[in-house]
Design a protein around this ligand. Structure first.
Ligand code: COA
Length: 336
């Protein structure tokens, strides 16, 4: 298929979360927190942490294999990995993922947009397909935030979990179910300090700063993140619906970045979407960063919360700051 009207179509989905469940009570054994506080303030009931020795690439490869099975294909033209927790600062993790999946010498690279990585990845994937540079590709979003959290920081420990979600996108036409609609993206680098890992990059090295353990941990200013997330996801959602020529009333499901149940509800309220239409997965896995939207999609599909023909609105906010939104009509997909 070539030419105008060529669109990226969702053809398969897969997900992977580690086996190890960490409950709120587990956290309360070492941190000054409680199950009641975490549930009320975040909506998280438990999360999964990867076992020692399991890196981001392991979760990503497992989700990727399931997505290929779901799509009924063995090969893709590109593996795109959205992650903020790569196996190493250098090289990129996507080639490792492709190798672990047995995908031979396929093109593979990483994309860094933290919790907005999946939506940014959709935009890149769509551009590759629409331009004819790829017929079919695998977009994986995977993070192991447990590897960068400060074990003494109750704010971040209670929010984040590990996981990976993956989708196969293929060339198709805009009228097909699963055809990806417009994508809205934005960023504000003035907010880089709001969600950050300071150590390990060129900034500190260029100053000759010696590695400091505290700086190697993930840090987040919860309150401003909360307010920015609501504002940006709401605005991006409105813009993408406008671009798609769809109304709020047409939205069947809101799949927002699984940051905090209060953020999801606030976005739904500001958009005028019934809260019940928000797909909620964070109660069982926490905020899985870049993986949160594809994991919520896979979970919502497996549980029958997403039905073929549903108008699904996706929106994310993350470190950078970055944000984005997209919309699609949910297709029939095989569950691997
Ligand atoms: N258990 C108990 N108390 C906690 C706690 C926990 N797990 N985490 C924070 N607190 C405390 C704070 O230390 C603070 O105490 P203080 O008043 O004595 O200083 C108090 O609760 C209120 O903190 P605040 O940050 O105002 O709480 P909050 O209601 O905003 O909730 C977050 C904190 C982190 C849950 C919330 O801000 C949030 O979800 N932010 C967005 C996080 C996110 O989505 N990040 C990723 C985006 S990509």
């Amino acid at each position: 298929m070539t030419g105008a009207g060529r669109t990226a179509v969702l053809a398969g989905i897969g997900s992977c979360v580690p086996d190890r469940i960490v409950t709120n009570d587990d956290l309360a054994r070492t941190l000054d927190t409680s199950d009641a506080w975490i549930r009320t303030r975040t909506g998280v009931g438990e999360r999964r942490f990867a076992d020692a020795g399991a890196a981001t690439s392991d979760l990503a490869a497992a989700a990727g294999i399931l997505a290929l099975k779901s799509a009924g294909v063995a090969e893709v033209d590109l593996v795109l990995l959205a992650t903020a927790t790569p196996d190493r600062p250098c090289p990129a993790t996507a080639p490792t993922v492709a190798a672990k999946m047995g995908l031979d010498t396929v093109a593979a690279f990483d994309l860094a947009a933290v919790c907005s990585g999946f939506v940014y990845g959709l935009a890149v994937a769509a551009a590759m397909i629409e331009s004819g540079r790829a017929q079919r590709l695998l977009l994986i979003a995977a993070d192991t935030f447990s590897t960068i959290l400060d074990p003494d920081d109750r704010t971040t420990m209670s929010v984040f979990g590990d996981g990976a979600g993956a989708v196969v996108l293929r060339a198709g036409t805009p009228d097909e179910p699963g055809a990806l609609g417009p994508v809205q993206l934005g960023s504000d680098g003035a907010l880089a300090d709001m969600i950050t890992v300071r150590a390990g990059g060129s900034e500190q090295r260029a100053l000759g700063v010696l590695p400091d353990t505290a700086d190697a941990y993930f840090r987040m200013a919860g309150k401003p993140v909360f307010m920015q997330a609501v504002e940006r996801m709401t605005a991006a959602s409105l813009a993408v619906l406008r671009d798609a020529g769809r109304s709020i009333a047409e939205v069947d499901r809101l799949v927002g970045h699984q940051a905090n149940i209060r953020i999801l509800h606030a976005v739904a309220d500001q958009l005028g979407i019934d809260r019940d239409k928000a797909v909620v997965h964070l109660d069982r896995v926490g905020n899985t960063a870049g993986a949160s939207i594809p994991l919520a999609l896979a979970d919502g599909w497996a549980r029958g919360e997403l039905r073929p023909g549903d108008c699904v609105l996706l929106t994310a906010f993350g470190g950078g700051a970055t944000w984005g939104a997209s919309v699609l009509t949910w297709p029939e997909l095989a569950t691997p």
